[in-house]
Ligand binder design. Structure first.
Ligand SMILES: C[S@@+](CC[C@H](N)C(=O)[O-])C[C@H]1O[C@@H](n2cnc3c(N)ncnc32)[C@H](O)[C@@H]1O
Length: 470
């Protein structure tokens, strides 16, 4: 170990031991503290320079590679390293699955402290690239520059960018030339919009001064071939807006839903904004096992459609339905799981907080000619109460798929109170899932666990757990 003039410490010949949370790998410093290091793979032997010293750990970066891990693979994307999107693209897919499985196991064991059955093998995604059906890009007039660009330039370059936020830098956008996450024509659409906007002097947003016309771009694709494009403008300039929208109509006739938002708020979320249809339909259609689901600009839909089908099949299988059960689908979104399991159940009740999602769920059920599903809107901890159960009946099976925060403790308490035979818990965050499972441990036994990878090249992992009443 030697100290540098900058007071930053360099640890030499350190082996990377583990792939940790948030896609950052872990090594151990000679003083016993953990070092968190991005863009390295377990098995690499490196010199690490510390960047930050915390009480319990260091944050560092690899400065020298003495040995490359056998688990490495060449990242396919030119933006790897700068872009925060696919942090594990330098790790073989089999190893990615290994660490995802380990993360779920560790969380259930350490946080949940519950008795676990042997896991069913983690289900990998057949598509490991171009698997996402939704991407959101930001416009900025302050392109993020690489260290090399800065070194090679005498003057400050200011250039427009359309791409992703640099991790932890809210005002810096990495200009994306090719992203490997969404199928064509996603890259073409984004690159053509950038080219056309630059050519026609349409201004890109400046988040520091809050000025500039173009804010965000969302592209949604579906397995049916339908495509939605939504442009968010900071202010309304009819001439410039129509220039860009008409260009898209001409250049990409395959877009089936072209929409826009005019948002003068400081933040760029569209969820509280009016979405205006420019051409086509307000929604695109996704299809799964003959069921059609309409997705509008604000709808939640699982972002890896192929793998969502696998996730839902596991969920339905775990639910063990015979056709006689009353099923509750909590956090139902647009009612996809509810409809997917409906033919195996007597009745399904879906509950969800977003009114637009529930409106979609009802429309979808009607389109799919499903008559045994009902949908209700409201915050789960308020809606899912004794009156609700008295009105809609005691569920035999509960399927629950909460957001990353997991279930509110009152929702867990209500499940325990009404005591269904089985609970299938689908989660995108095994840490909060483990916390909730611990709360249910006295009454419910974990029977099956199956992690599912919906997001290759990232550290994210979905997990399905079957609980049965003890
Ligand atoms: C992970 S998504 C699951 C959606 C659905 N099961 C699917 O597969 O498409 C979680 C859902 O919970 C909803 N949600 C979040 N907080 C909620 C709350 N407090 N009460 C009810 N629903 C909520 C979100 O709007 C979202 O639709």
């Amino acid at each position: 170990m030697r100290k540098k003039r900058t007071e930053k410490i360099v640890f030499e010949n350190v082996e990377v031991l583990d792939a940790g949370a948030k896609g950052v790998s872990v090594a151990k410093a000679p003083d016993g503290k953990i070092i968190l290091i991005p863009n390295v793979v377990p098995g690499d032997v490196i010199d690490v320079q510390t960047l930050k010293k915390r009480k319990a750990y260091y944050e560092g970066k690899a400065t020298v590679f003495h040995k490359f891990s056998e688990h490495r693979t060449q990242p396919i994307c030119e933006h790897f390293g700068a872009c925060g999107g696919c942090k594990w693209q330098n790790m073989k897919y089999s190893q990615q699955l290994f660490y995802k499985n380990q993360e779920v196991y560790n969380n259930l064991k350490r946080i949940g402290k519950i008795e676990l059955p042997e896991f069913e093998p983690i289900l990998g995604s057949e598509k490991t690239l171009f698997y996402r059906n939704k991407m959101e890009f930001s416009f900025s007039n302050a392109r993020w520059l690489t260290e090399e660009e800065i070194r090679n330039s005498d003057e400050i370059i200011k250039e427009n960018a359309l791409g992703f936020h640099i991790p932890r830098m809210w005002d810096k956008i990495l200009d994306i030339k090719k992203c490997h996450l969404q199928q064509d024509p996603s890259n073409d659409i984004r690159n053509e919009i950038r080219r056309f906007a630059n050519q026609n002097n349409l201004s890109f947003f400046n988040p520091r001064d809050n000025e500039g016309l173009l804010r965000t771009l969302m592209i949604r694709t579906a397995s049916t071939g339908e495509i939605m494009v939504l442009i968010q403008f900071y202010y309304d300039d009819k001439t410039e807006r129509e220039l860009l929208m008409n260009f898209l109509v001409e250049r990409f006739p395959e877009i089936t839903s072209l929409q826009y938002v005019i948002n003068g708020k400081p933040n760029d979320t569209i969820y509280d904004q009016e979405v205006v249809l420019f051409k086509g339909r307000e929604y695109i259609l996704e299809e799964m096992e003959g069921l059609k689901f309409s997705i509008n600009a604000k709808s939640f839909y699982q972002t890896n459609s192929d793998q969502a089908y696998e996730l839902y099949k596991i969920t339905r299988d775990f639910a063990g339905l015979t056709g006689n059960e009353l099923v509750y689908d909590l956090y139902t979104g647009t009612g996809t799981i509810a409809q997917f399991v409906s033919k195996n159940a007597k009745k399904v009740i879906g509950v969800e907080a977003v009114p637009e999602a529930i409106a979609d769920a009802k429309l979808n059920a009607e389109r799919n000619e499903i008559t045994n599903c009902e949908f209700y809107v409201g915050d789960m901890k308020n809606v899912f109460n004794d009156d609700f159960i008295a009105t809609h009946g005691h569920p035999d099976v509960i399927i629950t798929d909460p957001p990353r925060d997991g279930m509110h403790k009152d929702v867990v308490a209500q499940i325990l109170k009404i005591a269904p035979k089985r609970v299938v818990y689908v989660s995108c965050n095994s840490a909060t899932q483990a916390r909730d499972l611990a709360l249910m441990d006295e009454d419910y036994k974990v029977i099956k666990v199956r992690p599912v990878d919906m997001f290759p090249q990232t550290h994210h992992v979905e997990n399905v757990v079957l609980l049965e009443r003890k």
